[in-house]
Design a protein around this ligand. Structure first.
Ligand SMILES: Cc1cc2nc3c(=O)[nH]c(=O)nc-3n(C[C@H](O)[C@H](O)[C@H](O)COP(=O)(O)OP(=O)(O)OC[C@H]3O[C@@H](n4cnc5c(N)ncnc54)[C@H](O)[C@@H]3O)c2cc1C
Length: 310
């Protein structure tokens, strides 16, 4: 069985920053990634708020982080999904789609995923008109009629963005008002091509090869209607990828975010977490990087300085 000082799960902003600091601290470090290294920021067409880069595409930023991490000596295994972990003993084991590894410490950086609405047609048309990322997929629907589901910050951002691309944006929200930031709500009010259907939900997404229509239900009158649309953007927020951690005894809050202390420690000794999967309130590249750095340096202290342990 391969032995590592630290295994980092997830090669997004948090995992790559953790990798950089772990190898620089002299730890033998392995990063396991179920897709390709880079993480969620790869989906962002443009990033304008990461210090040092006035404007950079998310893909380029992710690539730069990945190259930096590899150059310093971190081993990154792409396309290797972690399927289970045993985290309670002094030696941790991490099992993947390929093999089982041993490590002295584990840093969980598994990020989050878009929430689904769970209606008929949603899975079937995913990638064929059903999207969870307005900024990623919006340009495919230039001049079309698109539907956006949701009423929070994620939805409000997508409404403003897509109103500049699509011919018409229809918004469906199950409540009678937005719960987004005031500046976003004001921004939506000035858009001529945005129509909002309050107290309304999508019952079904229909089409053939692509999305063609949705069935809507007014949740006050219970009347149903059909609306022709070219795309459905489900924008109801994100949920943490913490099932694996939970199944291994890591404590989470009521929303499934991993509970961490100021040193990024979880409830389990030698197990740290960083980035969007944690209960830290801000979900940005800068905060994920900062958390990843702290987690790696604290993992180093945990491994090299026995008095550090709880
Ligand atoms: C469209 C969009 C635009 C954004 N724009 C900005 C912006 O402009 N500025 C900004 O600061 N932030 C932005 N963000 C937020 C930013 O992308 C996240 O806060 C950041 O990527 C979080 O990093 P992370 O490492 O915690 O998670 P992620 O980047 O999501 O990385 C987690 C990684 O873990 C992997 N993983 C999950 N489970 C497993 C498993 N079982 N085994 C192996 N690997 C696993 C995933 O494949 C993923 O690569 C944006 C987000 C989106 C969706």
């Amino acid at each position: 069985m391969e032995n590592w000082d630290v295994i980092i799960i997830g090669a997004g902003s948090a995992g790559l920053a953790a990798g950089i600091y772990a190898v620089r601290s002299g730890l033998k470090s392995l990063i396991l990634e179920d897709k390709l290294a880079g993480g969620t920021i790869s989906d962002a067409p443009v990033v304008v708020n990461y210090p040092g880069f006035a404007e950079i595409s998310g893909g380029e930023l992710a690539e730069k982080m990945t190259l930096h991490c590899r150059k310093l000596g971190a081993v990154i295994h792409d396309l290797e999904n972690v399927t289970s972990m045993n985290l309670t003993g002094e030696t941790k084991t991490v099992t993947t789609s390929r093999t089982t590894y041993e490590a002295k410490a584990v840093i969980i950086c598994t990020g989050s995923h878009y929430k689904e609405i769970g209606v008929k047609g949603e899975k079937e048309f995913r990638g064929r008109g059903v999207s969870y990322c307005g900024v990623c997929d919006g340009p495919f629907f230039k001049g079309k009629r698109v539907l956006i589901i949701g009423g929070g910050n994620t939805a409000a951002t997508a409404i403003i963005y897509l109103s500049g691309i699509a011919a018409e944006v229809v918004v469906v929200h199950r409540k009678s008002g937005f719960r987004a930031e005031e500046s976003l709500v004001t921004g939506i009010a000035s858009k001529q091509n945005v129509k909002i259907l309050w107290n309304t939900e999508v019952q079904e997404i229909k089409g053939d090869k692509q999305v063609k229509a949705v069935t809507l239900i007014d949740n006050t009158t219970k009347n149903t209607s059909e609306l022709a649309v070219d795309a459905v953007f489900v924008q109801i927020g994100e949920a943490p990828n913490s099932e694996l951690a939970k199944a291994s005894g890591v404590e989470t809050d009521e929303h499934g975010h991993i509970k961490i202390d100021i040193r990024q420690q979880t409830n389990l000794s030698g197990v740290f977490a960083a980035g969007d999967v944690t209960d830290y309130p801000v979900k940005q590249v800068g905060t994920a990087v900062g958390q990843g750095i702290t987690a790696a340096l604290e993992a180093h202290s945990y491994i090299r300085r026995p008095y550090y342990r709880k």
